[in-house]
Each structure stands twice: as structure tokens, then as C-alpha cells.
Write a protein of this length. Sequence first.
Length: 257
Amino acid sequence: MYMYRIREHIKRLRDSMKCVDMPVTFTDQEIVEACIDLVRKNNFKQHVHLVIAPYFAMGKNFDPLIYTEDTGMHITALPMPRSARYDTGMTASFSTWRRISDDSMPPRIKTGANYHNSRLAQHEAMRNGFDTAFFLNHRGTVAEGPGSCIMMVKNNRLITPPGSAGVLEGITVDSIIRLAKDKLSVECERREIDRTELYLADEVFTCGTLAEIVPVISVDRKSIGDGRPGLMTRKLQVAYEDEVMSNSTSEYSTPVY
């Protein structure tokens, strides 16, 4: 069993903690070893979701409004099955809630507080009969989903919003861009995307560490392509799974067993 891109996740964690003035009191290797130890002690063998969550220590630093000198770290490991929509695809709708912006609650900071925005949008989508929600940012262009990034295919080219569009800078997006180029000879363009561009896309999918790659078959009840998961999406699912499950042959894999 291997952990995929664990060091990149720790780097993003450090960046997030830097932005909110929380010092990291552990080395990267200590965090990696703690994750390995947790998985081993629970005898997990595959499909494990790790959550690394720093927290304020008790005492004078318990007030979140003052500078934090001491932080602890809580790590959770849970078995996590693949999304039920991985094969069939899912439906999406644009939320009436806008994505939080960098001038108030920066989405590039991976923090629990930001997920309240995601929760509002996801619950709205589900009440209205959709599987997931899509956000527009404060400029009215496409941002991301409640817990995943958005990518579209048009004329055999991948397109996804840039980090400045109000999105978490996704590690999975980075992997997909690289795999698309190396395995499929497909280039990716990072730029602002209008809402109606998604309606007219050849394919749309969401991606994230937990979600992996999930096809989107309709947006606002408008079919994407022929209303079925697209060919490039399927090819990327295979390429991504091959790399994640490639064990020691991948430079991005850290062995657990």
C-alpha cells in the first residue's frame, strides 16, 4: 500500500498554515511517519482517506484571534469507498451562493471554515434534486465545486480555472494536467471560464483527492455532450488510477507496507 503525493499535501498544508499565522511544529518526515504509523496500526490495506488537521493548543493560544505560538496536529484515517457516480456520472447545478473570495476568506487556504460555504451550496443542490453544486466567483466566472475542482473538455483540449478564480489549488488537477499531456498528448489551458461555456462543453468532470475523477453529465439540467461520461474523461480516469495504484514505480508514491 502506498500514499499518493503525501509530500505535496504537506506542502499545501504548510502554505495554508503560513497564511493564517499557525507555525508548523513538526517536520515533513514526522508527519509522513505519523500517517504511516496510523494506517499500519489500523491495518488498512486500500482506499484510505487521511485528514491532517492542525489545531490551536490550550492555554493562552486558545483564543483564535491572537497570534498562535503552539499548534498540535490531529490525523484521522478512514476507509473511503469510491464515489457512486464514478461510473455513471453526476448532475450539477450552479449555486445561488457565490464562492468566497481571496479578499475575505481565501479559497487557496485549505481550512475547515471555508467548507461552510461549500456546505451551503451542496445542501441547496441536493434539495433541488442535483448531485452536486458548482460555484461562480465574485466576478461571475466558474470557480469550483463544494469539494472538488472543475475541468472541461472542448475541441480535444482541457480547460480549468486558474488559482486566481477563487479555487483551492488542487493537487489532483496538477496530476491530471501532467497525465493528459504525457499519456494522451492533450494540452490544458488555465483561464477564466464563463458559465455558458460549461453548457456547451464536450465533456465536464470534477476532480479531487477524495473524489478522484467524476464525470458530469448535465449542468442546470442541460446535457453535457451526449449526456454520458465522455471518452477523454474515461481515459483520464484510467491514467490517474494507473498512477495512483502504480506502487513503487511512481515517484509520487510513499510506501506504507
